[in-house]
Design a binder for this molecule. Structure first.
Ligand code: SF4
Length: 314
């Protein structure tokens, strides 16, 4: 693996672009969540595919699919990030979150499961919490069955975060935003019910919510039990594809949206609601969800509020 470019902000997040054989490229990220220091919580976000065949409307990482990352290629991303922050190789943090969420739908890569099996023994960190964020693609039943078995064997008691990205409760809108065949809400609910056990983190239903995109608490309630599912709302980050598809964020990251009507409806329906805004600086670094440095480097114009850090070539 050869690092070819990077954007580094020691206080918030860093993004690395790496090249593997045959010129296939991935990006990966490490970040902290101020005010928590790195020794309290450290997050690494790895790519699972070279490109992504899904092509979500808000995501700059979709397109240009060139295959799956092997387990070794995913572990190389994690090892590199550990080397940048913990040169002795020992990850000294209370919470070490490994997210399979930069580029690529993780359920399209069976080697994600092999990495999940290796993580505890390889890094030996007590506070290790993997996070799999998926759109729930159809035809990947065997992947999800094995994922459930791995969670039960290695990550019980709240040490796993399972997330389904839905983005809308309107089926037609969801199909437009996530243009591949995927599980119905009923199937996601059924899996989530089997996945969650007492002591686990609730299964997250994630909405990168666009303005005027339906998110109806009543529809969610028909399928998802608030005792087992939590709703996470994030802003739609400033990406080239969001702009090209006229998607505007429902949540303004600079405003106080805690009493937003959509959030209130969800709370009244009994859901815990996470308003996940994070660091706005990450939009400028290009480390946020849906962002992809390669897109920024190819572009001849800026995206308002987005990528603006200089990219260091190696
Ligand atoms: S959001 Fe995830 S699944 Fe959708 S195109 Fe981007 S990387 Fe692929």
């Amino acid at each position: 693996m050869k690092i070819i470019s990077k954007v580094v902000n020691d206080a918030v997040a860093s993004v690395y672009v790496a090249e593997f054989s045959e010129g296939r490229r991935v990006e990966f990220v490490e970040s902290v969540q101020p005010p928590l220091s790195r020794d309290k919580k450290w997050v690494v976000i790895v790519s699972t595919l070279f490109g992504c065949p899904v092509g979500c409307k808000m995501c700059d990482a979709g397109g240009g699919y060139a295959g799956q990352c092997s387990a070794d290629e995913m572990l190389a991303q994690i090892d590199y990030l550990i080397g940048t922050r913990f040169p002795n190789g020992k990850v000294e943090t209370e919470k070490f979150k490994v997210q399979f969420a930069r580029m690529g739908e993780p359920a399209f890569n069976g080697d994600v499961l092999a990495v999940l099996e290796q993580l505890p023994g390889r890094y030996g960190v007590d506070g290790l919490i993997p996070s799999v964020s998926t759109i729930g693609p159809s035809g990947r039943e065997a992947f999800f069955e094995k994922l459930l078995a791995i969670k039960q064997e290695l990550y019980g008691g709240g040490y796993f975060q399972m997330q389904f990205s839905l983005h809308s409760t309107d089926e037609a809108k969801r199909d437009w935003l996530i243009p591949v065949r995927k599980w119905s809400f009923e199937r996601i609910a059924e899996y989530g019910e089997a996945f969650w056990e007492p002591g686990d983190r609730k299964v997250t239903l994630n909405f990168a919510l666009g303005k005027d995109v339906p998110l109806e608490a009543g529809v969610l309630k028909r399928y998802f039990d608030p005792r087992k599912f939590v709703v996470k709302i994030t802003p739609l980050n400033p990406t080239y594809n969001a702009a090209a598809n006229d998607l505007v964020s429902h949540i303004d990251p600079d405003a106080d949206c805690r009493d937003d009507a959509v959030l209130q409806d969800l709370r009244q329906a009994g859901y815990d609601v996470i308003l996940s805004i994070g660091e706005v600086e990450e939009n400028k670094i290009g480390s946020n969800c849906g962002q992809y440095l390669a897109r920024y480097m190819e572009a001849d114009r800026a995206v308002e509020g987005g990528y603006s850090y200089p990219v260091e070539q190696m």
